[in-house]
Write a protein that binds this ligand. Structure first.
Ligand code: NAD
Length: 425
């Protein structure tokens, strides 16, 4: 079909994240037999801004930082996606991440399109005052192009509720009113949502429960291994433990621990908070972090960083189910190997979508100026995650494709129908 001609020429640049995102969209559009215009419209973001941000440093000198904001599409609603502060971030990475946000929002059926922002900087080298001036400067630069009904940023790598608070304040000064709906991931007192801190992990626990039902795994008899013991990993371990799963191994950047009889995830989190590491936890054995990933278990949760399941270890993975809390933990080659081996992989764009879903709830609460209980947030999150899992699982069974391809298909099917309804294709 015509889409192929549009894409050809981009093949072969496997390491470019933008080309990887385009390839996945292209494959899903082709499998669904969508009108060629769908891919043609989506292959590049609708708008990408580059901004320069002069910041007065504590020394009195002025340094100009470069920032980006990519608005991929607003076909299914205002753009949504975080802002990362990172010294090596590139514009192609920001564009790719905005595409991934479009797909993620549409897998779970949120009324959003994708966006992403970044500032090239090393936040660890900035004082608190410099970080605040940089955050406010970035918001001043992008304020004309964003807003609660246009594009709603949130936190990402090396940005946090405090940075969101400064950005909210800067935008509100420009707008001349308190405008909490412009940004999510805010401190609760400034309009944040209850349940946001646990949302990603809670979403993981729901998809693990649904996948276990499909695979006939009894969670009260099941074992799990969690790589990465930060926000997503440690809370996912606790929630799975509450469902009756035995957590037999966990790791962080300092090492890995294992106990076949099970670990108490809360006690491990307290040990890590007190000692800065999971290692040395009483009753557990220290093991090679590489061996942790290939340990025999029912559920494996990569919750650290990207490209950890590769061609080199995919043949040795002994989990029955993998739920990707981290973004991009499985390489494309590993994905194929796992699919052929019959290991069910719940992909990042579905498994960790609990985070953006509760960000959506935060925005809804801000727009209504009516705030929900944590139970209400969790109940609605469960409904959305269960429904998205079921749709993706059914798509995967119907088309005999991996859950990752199926998730792209679920998202692109919705986007394609929205484009047709509005006469874009
Ligand atoms: P975090 O910084 O809170 O935790 C990361 C953890 O990974 C830390 O415990 C760190 O020690 C560990 N780690 C680092 N290097 C490691 C290594 N070599 N081996 C094992 N562990 C290692 O981050 P987070 O918010 O939990 O995010 C983790 C992943 O989940 C990231 O890929 C992130 O993009 C993704 N994610 C998080 C959210 C969220 O809401 N927190 C939402 C979507 C996706």
């Amino acid at each position: 079909m015509a889409v192929e001609q549009t894409f050809s020429g981009d093949h072969g640049q496997q390491n470019n994240p933008l080309h990887a995102a385009q390839q996945l969209m292209y494959d899903a559009c082709t499998r669904l037999g969508l009108a060629p215009g769908v891919y043609e419209i989506l292959k590049e973001p609708a708008r990408v801004f580059t901004v320069s941000i002069p910041v007065k440093l504590d020394s009195g000198e002025v340094q100009t930082f470069i920032g980006y904001r990519s608005q991929h599409t607003d076909i299914t609603g205002p753009c949504k996606g975080g802002i990362r502060f990172h010294p090596e971030v590139t514009v192609d990475e920001v564009k790719a991440l905005s595409i991934w946000m479009t797909i993620k929002c549409n897998v779970v059926g949120l009324p959003y399109g994708g966006g992403k922002g970044a500032v090239i900087c090393n936040p660890k080298k900035l004082s608190k005052g410099e970080l605040e001036r940089l955050s406010r400067g970035y918001m001043r630069a992008i304020a004309p192009y964003i807003g609660p009904d246009k594009d709603i940023p949130g936190p990402d790598m090396y940005t946090n509720p405090q940075v969101m608070g400064w950005m909210l304040d800067e935008y509100s000064r420009i707008a001349g009113c308190n405008a909490p709906g412009v940004i999510t991931g805010k401190p609760i007192v400034a309009g944040g949502s209850l349940g946001r801190t646990e949302a990603t992990a809670r979403g993981i626990s729901f998809v693990v429960r649904e996948a276990a039902k499909e695979l006939g795994i009894d969670l009260t008899e099941a074992t799990a291994v969690v790589q990465g013991y930060g926000n997503a990993g440690s809370i996912a371990a606790r929630l799975l433990h509450e469902m009756g799963v035995k957590i037999i191994g966990v790791s962080d950047s300092t090492g890995a621990i294992y106990n076949r009889e099970g670990l108490d995830p809360l006690a491990v989190a307290e040990h890590k908070a007190a000692n800065g590491t999971v290692t040395g936890f009483p009753g557990a054995t220290c093991i090679d972090p590489d061996d942790l990933l290939t340990a025999e278990c029912d559920v494996l949760i990569p919750a650290a960083f990207e490209n950890v399941i590769t061609r080199a270890n995919a043949t040795r993975i002994r989990a029955r189910l993998i739920a990707e809390a981290a973004n991009g933990p499985t390489t494309p080659e590993a994905d194929e190997i796992l699919y052929r081996r019959g290991i069910l992989v719940v992909p990042d764009i579905l498994a960790n979508a609990g985070g953006v879903t509760v960000s959506y709830f935060e925005w809804v609460q801000n727009l209504q100026n009516f705030y929900w209980s944590e139970e209400e947030v969790n109940r609605r999150l469960e409904m959305i995650m269960v429904d998205a899992f079921a749709k993706t699982y059914a798509m995967s069974a119907e088309h005999k494709v991996s859950m990752r391809t199926a998730a792209y298909m679920v998202a692109l099917d919705r986007i394609g129908r929205a484009m047709a309804a509005r006469g874009w294709v």
